[in-house]
Design a protein around this ligand. Sequence first.
Ligand code: CTP
Length: 444
Amino acid sequence: MKKVITYGTFDLFHEGHYNLLKRAKALGDYLIVGITTEHYDLQRGKLNVIDPLLKRIENVKEVRLADEIIIEDHEGQKQEDIQKMNVDIFAIGSDWAGAFDYLKQYCKVVYLDRTPNISSTKIRQGKHPIVQLGIVGSGRIAPRFLKEAKYVSGINARAVYNPHEKSARDFGEKYELEYYFGEFGDFLQQVDAIYIATPHQTHYNYARIALERGKHVLCEKPLAFSVKSTEELYGLAQKMGVVLMEGIKTAYCPGFNQMMNIAKNGIIGEIRDVEACFSRITHPSLREMVDEKYGGAFLEFGSYTLLPIFKLLGCKYESVEFDSILADNGVDLYTKVHFHFREGLALSKTGVGVKSEGQLVIAGTKGYILAESPWWLTRSFEVRFEDPKRIERYSPKFLGDGLRYEIADFVAKIDGNDKMAYFLTKEESIAMAGVVEKFMESRE
Ligand code: CTP
């Protein structure tokens, strides 16, 4: 019996998939189809899959060409499957020509002609028009955003706004955007969605105006400085039927989510303490160091450190206290925020002028999780126990500088595939604004 194997995502099952399976089946007597998990697709940078795994399996089953369906969930699995299952032929579409020649040491490798003019990507785009996006602000993060947006399908960054029109023009020309504007209203007319990457104190206003005009908003952290204004923005988004997302990129990274899920699955027992630190010695000339009202360590990095605290201990704390070391101009160089929860403690440490170990430690009644710097990108973490020899290490994949996951979630939400709302909930975002509000009050 000649065994053939093929692999794919098979999202939004289409004619190209059917033809491929038919041809693969015709190569032998028994066809095995490997279908990727969501997690594996995320790891290999395929960020826009719509159908859940079970639906994709059902769709492949329905055309009755596969004799066996298996799940593909890791790099290197193809070699394992081929050897374990005594496969004779590996078949895949011609878009992969050459990419799997290394499997020739185990079996025959056949590249089958792809069906022209159809793909899951095309169907996705046909279902949802490309989101035309404008960037508000042309400072330090804007170029990074543009670079990462290229990895996400369904979105096109086409315009930039800066109140200084010349800066907008320079940026627009450098990054070959279609439009640049010095006037916010004109800018909004050309886009469906905006990414706000301006100084903190301007976020709320830009977000409010854009939401009122029915535009989707992805806003850098912090969204606003008070519970009231943050609630107002979410309320406005709901009323207008558009998406509002706070851009705390850690929240959308697969590794960070895996770590949160492991922390909550009971392996370290009940969570009793979360300590998160983020510090970066910042040049004295930069905004963070000179802007006495809106600069400083906590407003800059607090969203990162508060995120695991609220995710793990909930948004309702009993008390919060702030301790800061201030520069002569009043900017906080280093801030510790102590929380008391009913069943645990938490500490956030942020620094722009004091350097500390950028760790995240999640302590439980049976063990703890340690994630070294840069835990906010979460490329690795360890689960440790009383017995020092017992350490479980995790090294999740993290692509680029992580912004692509946030952008992919933004597009998915705009397209109505809101399956990832738990990445950063409205309640968490509002609770963070509450801490920012108290922090700012404490400094007045
Ligand atoms: N395939 C094909 N003809 C097409 C589309 C896909 O023969 N028009 C084949 C691929 O080469 C692969 C299998 O179908 O062997 C599964 O492909 P998959 O990546 O799931 O589908 P695509 O439509 O290419 O998906 P995407 O647009 O997300 O890359």
